[in-house]
Design a protein around this ligand. Structure first.
Ligand SMILES: [Fe+2]
Ligand SMILES: [Fe+2]
Length: 214
């Protein structure tokens, strides 16, 4: 499904720009990092990661799962992922204030991690659970494709900025950022969402599972 492939490809770009942001934030205030690039990073995460990528998940993918696969919008994974989008917007707004104030050093890095660590876990949960589940459930409902939405001028400019920033700042990993696969890595697991099996599996799927594991 091209739509889901595009979402996954956008995750790779968001991760690459995340690595570049960590590099920039670690260097800004000294040599090798332009302070003005801070606004470009904020622009990428606000207008591309938020305004285009998250907006398409919420505006196209989640409603299709509710409509076609009869999944709940107000509880479980879709509500959890939507709430994570809102929480990341708040973390990004706090980071953007520091960037606008030309902050550097530990306060800036703390705000960068405060935004990027949940974002990384959110991407992992989507890559390892949401996207494969969406593929299976939408195909089972007979839906082979979702409508693609072209980026508007702001999102297209933000994506181009992001690609330039990746070329300019070699990515830095975050050794303290927990990453992984499955619901256990999701920030909402055990809190507002009890995992895909408990939230989404039908009695038929549980029966099939029991048959397979004996
Ligand atoms: Fe998302
Ligand atoms: Fe996503």
């Amino acid at each position: 499904m091209k739509f889901l492939d595009a979402i996954a490809a956008e995750h790779r770009l968001i991760e690459a720009v995340s690595g570049a942001l960590r590099t920039w934030a670690g260097a800004v205030g000294g040599a090798g990092a332009e302070p003005e690039d801070g606004e470009r990073f904020m622009c990428f995460f606000r207008d591309f990661a938020g305004g285009f990528h998250h907006a398409r998940e919420e505006g196209v993918l989640f409603p299709a799962l509710v409509r076609e696969a009869e999944l709940g919008a107000d509880s479980g994974p879709l509500a959890a992922l939507t709430a994570q989008h809102r929480a990341m917007e708040r973390a990004l707004a706090a980071l953007a204030e520091l960037v606008a104030a030309r902050a550097s050093g530990p306060p800036l890095l703390a705000a960068v991690h405060g935004y990027l660590r949940p974002l990384g876990q959110h991407i992992d949960a989507e890559d390892s659970v949401l996207l494969p589940e969406s593929r299976t459930r939408l195909m089972r409902a007979g839906l082979l494709e979702l409508p693609e939405v072209a980026p508007d001028a702001a999102a297209a400019a933000a994506r181009a900025d992001g690609e330039r920033l990746v070329a300019r700042y070699p990515g830095t990993d975050d050794p303290e950022g927990l990453r992984g696969e499955g619901c256990v890595v999701c920030p909402s697991f055990g809190d507002t969402c009890q995992g895909v099996e408990r939230e989404w599996w039908s009695e038929l799927e549980w029966e099939d599972f029991r048959d397979r594991v004996g």
